[in-house]
Write a protein that binds this ligand. Sequence first.
Ligand code: NAD
Ligand code: IPM
Ligand code: MN
Length: 363
Amino acid sequence: MKLKILVVAGDGIGPEVTNEAVAVLKETAALGGHEFTFAERRIGGVAIVQDGSPLPADTLAAALDSDAVLLGAVGGNEFNSLPPDKRPEAGLLQIRSALGGFANLRPAFAFKELAVNSPLRPEIIDGADILFVRELLGGLYFGQPRQWNRATGEAWNTMRYTKDEVTRVARVAFQLAQKRRNKLTSVDKANVLEVSQLWRAAVTEVAAEFPGVTLEHQYVDAMSMHIMNRPRDFDVVLTENLFGDILTDESGVITGSLGMLPSATIGGKVNLYEPVHGSAPDIAGKGLANPLGAILTAALILRHSAGLEAEAVAVEMSVRKVLEQGFRTPDLARGNYQGFTVLSTTQMGVKVRETVKTQLVNA
Ligand code: NAD
Ligand code: IPM
Ligand code: MN
């Protein structure tokens, strides 16, 4: 199996966590005799500083010429006063748009090994396994017009969707639900917003193509409560861009930490893989970052771009085993280190790779 992977590590903890993800991919390729090649390019703040643009042309060209793109994170406090189109985050939105993937899959499942570290009671989260499907190319992020008019003291953004944009992401979500527990929850704000009414109507129409899947609708405000109170009741959760951004960070509480969440964006020219978390300037450069979200993102590359399901499962199992053995990055121990061995980013990467090796050699 051959795979050409572009790594755009970005800012803050981005390079720290992608290093560990890449090392896992290299280990997996070496053990299975697969030919994975890696190239690196700049994106985000580091690209603004060195190239004068958050998405340099050669980064975009390399991304379009690869089989998969692995992105770390972008953003830094030094860029906070820039307008949105000049910021590191603009580079991320541009690469998403250019690669064309509209379905952002964000799995969030409770690791029983982490229940002891969760602020939620074990009996609430035990067995929770949600797959968020976040629409990634529409809504407020890309809608026009958008402006901050300083002279008049007004600013506006536009939440816009076409029926086709909703239909195509809904089909992906229903297909995924068919392979899981045949339940789909669509999240909107149809009691207030026209765009959500269109969303709900389009999703309901697609549901007719999937009679085996049960569809329910929830308002986003209530949903943000339900996923904390009864996360086990949800299977596939489909929602628009901004609601999905917010609900998936919230679901980090179910998994134990935002640093555990992976994502894969499919449906476009080249799949884009990113952990859900950001550049975490508060802990960057200190070896404190949890690399497991990035490593689980590497597992998604193995599954969705390399077609190596057994290897993907081996990586996911290895993450579980390492947690089972009591190894934690500081975000997971949440101040309670008793009974745990706290590891740095690179030490955690080494533990996972050792375990992957054992898993794959014994397979
Ligand atoms: P963040 O996700 O970077 O951090 C939120 C909190 O979670 C912080 O306390 C951080 O230390 C912690 N955290 C995040 N990832 C962690 C990890 N792997 N291990 C341990 N702890 C982790 O969100 P923020 O602080 O709101 O944003 C910081 C910057 O990142 C901003 O510029 C934002 O725009 C950007 N951002 C980028 C992406 C991306 O590139 N995909 C995603 C989200 C935010
Ligand atoms: C995410 C991030 C991005 C988003 C930002 C950095 C543009 O928060 O991937 O969740 O809002 O999509
Ligand atoms: Mn986010």
